[in-house]
Design a protein around this ligand. Structure first.
Ligand SMILES: C[S@@+](CC[C@H](N)C(=O)[O-])C[C@H]1O[C@@H](n2cnc3c(N)ncnc32)[C@H](O)[C@@H]1O
Length: 229
């Protein structure tokens, strides 16, 4: 696929469902599935993450995202929380934020469903680090400029969106030590959701004490993983 635009090491490219994503030109890591960025985010993190949490709990849902990246997961959750009028508190960790040139060219607002949330999308990116903002009453958002392994949350979460780069690129966050932290960061009925279905990762989750389930994946991926505390 040809890049649409480039800033530093990152280039914007179009995935198979027509939505854009980013690729690191050195490592080759992509921020979403090449089979569809929007489809993957919606299926993994909204459908099997946020919506599951809405079913489990009627009050505020607290989410921790590992890897803010393009902000697509956050944007889709914001849309859902506003449309369903459900309170969501969303915390997102990121060590290497994208530049304004990148986020303003990703064009997620060029779809009928997301057009009306463009100004909120820009606010997700321009909001200050470590300081919570509230968007259209229902969605509270804080991003932290930090390495995943250095994060110390002040409370517990209902859901963790594990959206780091794949185990081959970023092995430590898919192993027992880090997953033990995730377990401790979750509330009693809390769960972790991710696109990753690698066997060694699922075994590590079980060793930590998670109850692991495999769910059907989005186009181009057989399975994804959800793990309950
Ligand atoms: C797969 S992408 C996340 C995609 C994102 N959730 C989205 O909706 O666009 C992984 C993200 O993790 C970030 N990252 C990589 N290593 C990190 C680390 N050690 N600590 C914090 N963030 C890291 C990357 O910069 C990238 O934004």
């Amino acid at each position: 696929m040809n890049p649409k635009s480039k800033s530093g090491l990152l280039e914007i490219f179009e995935t198979k469902d027509g939505s854009n994503s980013l690729r690191n030109t050195i490592s080759g890591d992509t921020y979403h599935s090449v089979h569809g960025a929007m489809g993957e985010s919606q299926h993994v993190f909204v459908q099997n993450g946020l919506m599951k949490a809405f079913e489990q709990k009627t009050d505020l849902i607290k989410i921790l995202e590992l890897g803010f990246g393009t902000g697509l997961n956050a944007l889709l959750c914001l849309k859902e929380s506003i449309q369903q009028q459900r309170l969501v508190e969303y915390h997102s960790l990121e060590k290497y934020p994208v530049t304004e040139e990148i986020y303003s060219n990703l064009d997620f607002h060029n779809t009928a469903e997301l057009r009306e949330f463009h100004s909120e999308y820009l606010q997700l990116h321009t909001s200050p680090w470590d300081l919570g903002i509230r968007l259209r009453h229902h969605f509270s958002f804080t991003k932290y400029l930090i390495d995943f392994v250095d994060y110390r949350p002040s409370g517990q979460y209902d859901v963790i969106f594990h959206d780091a780069f794949a185990p081959d690129s970023h092995p430590e966050v898919w192993k027992e030590d880090f997953l033990t932290k995730c377990y401790q960061w979750l509330a009693d009925d809390g769960f972790l959701i991710t696109y990753c279905a690698k066997g060694s990762f699922k075994r590590a989750l079980k060793d930590v004490g998670f109850v692991v389930e495999s769910l059907p994946g989005p186009p181009g991926k057989r399975e994804i993983t959800r793990a309950f505390r």
